[in-house]
Design a protein around this ligand. Structure first.
Ligand SMILES: [Zn+2]
Length: 303
């Protein structure tokens, strides 16, 4: 292979890494959010969730929560790739739906908060007593909702447009080269699992669950509630995320910085709190959407 091909391949790999980094908590993050949610989904709602889950999930919500990342490169699903995040104008530490929710081609209502509203509405129309105007695929709606509820809690999924949510901010993570977005999607969690939790993700999830019942027990009901008793409030989650992005993610992480223990240990509590909030809120939304277990398309178990 000549130099030309090598540099072309190198650029492609770099681009794939860049683009991949834009989109999502890593698999651990999504699994953790959905595992935490499973502990707070009511029996009735979980009964409905299990009926919607595809067979390959084997009744486990957490098994499907990375699915939107797995399919986004497929041509048929490419339109979903802008639904994993929302960007704010450079250096703006606030979020505004009407200002910020559009994709790179300028299509409005193509962003993570719009996707959360959309899939919540699809499930709402099916389970809240009126016939949906469209024949929605509710299995897909559930899998997208569970995924995007997690994404919107990753602070750099609501980052600045100029650096693609930290993706073009090149930093070091201990001895490796990476970008700031990937640090928040994956590396903080991976490093914590490896160095603090004996390479056992479930030990990290248990530690977060313990915090929910101990240190954060007074916060849980405020995390669950939405203004005006709305079913879901993604604009709030996005506003929190961009504030965390400014206060914790971008701070002391300018291009070329090598991030090590100081950064890792001070940001890990933020990551763990966002995973907890994502899980608690996903459960709350499912409980509000599916208060009664549905036997089939039209009949309640409880008449
Ligand atoms: Zn995602």
């Amino acid at each position: 292979m000549g130099c030309h091909e090598l540099s072309w391949l190198g650029r492609l790999l770099l681009l794939m890494q860049l683009v991949d980094g834009v989109f999502s908590w890593g698999k651990y993050g999504h699994y953790a959010v959905c595992k935490i949610a499973e502990g707070y989904v009511s029996e009735d709602a979980m009964g409905t969730v299990r009926k919607l889950l595809p067979e390959w999930a084997k009744g486990e919500l957490a098994a499907v929560c990375s699915w939107p990342d797995d399919i986004k490169w497929n041509y048929n699903w490419h339109w979903t790739s802008s639904l994993h995040y929302v960007d704010t104008p450079n250096s703006k530490c606030n979020y505004n739906y009407y200002r910020d929710c559009y994709d790179s081609s300028g299509h409005r209502n193509h962003c993570v908060t719009a996707a959360i509203f959309n899939y919540t509405n699809q499930l709402f129309s099916a389970y809240q007593g009126y016939n949906p105007r469209f024949n929605y695929n509710l299995t897909e709606a559930l899998m997208f909702l569970a995924h995007y509820m997690a994404d919107v809690h990753q602070p750099l999924h609501v980052g600045f447009i100029g650096d693609l949510g930290g993706t073009s901010v090149k930093v070091g993570w201990y001895r490796r080269k990476t970008n700031l977005h990937h640090v928040w999607d994956t590396l903080i969690i991976d490093t914590a699992v490896k160095t603090l939790y004996g390479s056992d993700l479930s030990a990290m999830i248990q530690a977060i669950q313990k915090n929910i019942t101990d240190a954060w027990s007074n916060d849980r009901s405020s995390w669950e509630s939405c203004i005006y008793n709305n079913t879901v409030c993604p604009n709030l989650y996005a506003s929190e995320s961009v504030r965390f992005a400014c206060k914790f993610a971008y701070r002391n992480a300018t291009p070329g910085t090598t991030l090590q223990d100081d950064y890792f240990l001070s940001r890990l509590p933020v990551v763990e709190k966002r995973l907890a909030q994502g899980g608690i809120r996903l459960a709350a939304v499912l409980n509000r959407l599916m208060p009664l277990q549905w036997l089939d398309d039209n009949q309640h178990e409880v008449a």
